[in-house]
Design a protein. Structure first.
Length: 126
């Protein structure tokens, strides 16, 4: 596994490459461009080989996985807590004897907990 937690000495050496960041109006295309250029520079410096190509893929995948674990999953948990879960009762496994969070879902206007309309605003319900 490739982790972003490099030692301080290496962090100081590579910091100059990321210190300025992207402009405020940067698009996802600009972010993709920067990531691609960094990957291409890594390959250029290491030499184009199966090993260096595989290392770039591993680094990108691990970056994605760690970003999901540290940023996206907690964000989704916050939104689920604020807005309610969307999974129907009984679908999620019971862990350590805890209750399925969907057990606390309110029935929809039709009185059905499994009805897809229950999380829509009242004006969108028919």
């Amino acid at each position: 596994m490739v982790m972003p937690y490099i030692d301080r000495k290496m962090r100081d050496r590579v910091r100059v490459h990321v210190e300025y960041g992207l402009p405020e109006d940067a698009t996802v295309g600009a972010l993709t461009y920067v990531l691609t250029r960094v990957a291409c520079d890594f390959i250029r410096r290491r030499g184009k080989s199966f090993q260096s190509l595989a290392e770039v893929v591993a680094a990108l995948e691990q970056t994605k996985d760690e970003f999901q674990r540290r940023v996206i999953h907690p964000y989704e948990d916050e939104k689920m807590e604020a807005n309610g879960d969307v999974y129907p009762p009984g679908l999620l496994p019971v862990v350590d004897g805890s209750r399925d969070p969907t057990d606390e879902m309110e029935p929809c206007v039709h009185g059905k907990r499994l009805c897809g309309c229950r999380n829509l605003p009242s004006e969108a319900r028919s």
